[in-house]
Write a protein that binds this ligand. Structure first.
Ligand code: TXA
Ligand code: MG
Length: 320
């Protein structure tokens, strides 16, 4: 059985100390970040990191994000170019992950990096995540806390449904704010590359860089599970860019395209992409659980967070 602790003012310190003890002894703890719930393990221990892959049922050892407490802690793990420094200064703590060349004295283990000579780092913008990392005193490797191929969890209940019995503990800190995973930018070559759209819009990153990001290199073997075509998979079939809804479809709406009804959830009736991102995975979970065989999805504008929302929807709709 997995222990679920709902944090409040009374139990907060003891709960965090208990979670840190589990992590330092090589266990797995799911915790909230501002993006989605992460499944954490001590990133410096290959044995601990192996338990993440086992719990998620990942088909292969994909590299994981190491969550750190501060920019100083990040500098122990990765080598920052001037542009990487500028991005960290602008967006940390927050939903941006930087992939950097491994630093000489890095402690993140090879398994967490899938043997690569680079490391993915971010400082999460969430008090529970930050307190937990500080209590452990090591970086925490944490992919999204779902079984491989399932929808990312934005509540502790989602984590419990997917991973009960396979992980040691879940810290319940309420629903996550952003609702989409972090944007991943690789600062490995001359021009930074967008590996995954996410919580920080591309436009905001390019404004700091003063030039466009390069696109992820098309590659036969995807480096990121988030880059596999059918990664975010509800059971129901998705029909994208739908302007009407059929009888046997539920509706994932945006800005009131469909007539409202019991089987329709609107990501943002007022057409706000930030609000839509925060609702995306929760509404996909709810429509999927409601049991209709298909979900009609209204068109979502492609600017700002719309790029990441459309990326996740395209993966959820991909044939599998
Ligand atoms: O918002 C998030 O990023 C959440 C929360 C928990 O922080 N985490 C998350 O982790 O989405 P995960 O494992 O589901 O996705 C991490 C992505 C993967 O697609 C992985 O392949 C990529 O980061 N990644 C990690 N290290 C990398 C590296 N060295 N080079 C290229 N990609 C890397
Ligand atoms: Mg994931």
């Amino acid at each position: 059985m997995t222990l679920v602790i709902t944090l409040d003012d009374q139990n907060r310190n003891t709960a965090l100390a208990e979670a840190a003890r589990v992590l330092l002894s090589g266990g797995t703890v799911a915790f909230p970040t501002e993006t989605v719930y992460g499944l954490g393990a001590d990133a410096t221990s290959a044995e601990a990191v192996a338990r993440i892959y086992a719990a998620k049922g990942r088909p292969s050892f994909n590299p994981l994000i190491a969550h750190v407490e501060s920019r100083e802690a990040a500098q122990v793990q990765g080598r920052f170019s001037r542009e990487a420094e500028a991005l960290a200064a602008a967006f940390w703590p927050g939903p941006l992950t930087l992939v950097l060349p491994l630093a000489t004295h890095a402690t993140v283990c090879g398994l967490a990096r899938a043997g690569l000579g680079s490391v993915a780092l971010r400082i999460p913008d969430h008090p529970i995540a930050q307190a937990l990392i500080a209590a452990v005193g090591h970086p925490l490797a944490a992919p999204s806390a779902n079984r491989s191929g399932h929808i990312s969890p934005v509540t502790a209940a989602h984590v419990f449904t997917d991973l009960n019995g396979t992980i040691d503990m879940i810290l319940d800190g309420g629903p996550t704010k952003v609702g989409l995973e972090s944007t991943i930018v690789a600062c490995l070559d001359e021009v930074p590359r967008l590996l995954r759209p996410g919580g920080v819009p591309r436009e905001d990153i390019e404004a700091i860089l003063g030039r466009p990001l390069k696109e992820a290199a098309p590659s036969a073997t995807p480096t990121a599970p988030g880059m596999m075509a059918s990664h975010y998979a509800p059971r129901a079939q998705l029909r994208l860019n739908a302007t009407t809804r059929a009888e046997d479809e539920s509706g994932l709406d945006f800005g009131g395209t469909f007539a409202s009804g019991p089987d329709v959830l609107d990501l943002s009736p007022r057409g706000d992409l930030i609000e839509a991102a925060a609702h995306l995975f929760d509404y996909l979970h709810r429509l999927d659980d409601a049991g209709k065989p298909a979900i009609a999805v209204a068109p979502i504008p492609h600017h700002g967070l719309g790029e990441a929302i459309n990326d996740r929807l395209a993966r959820a709709a991909a044939p599998r």
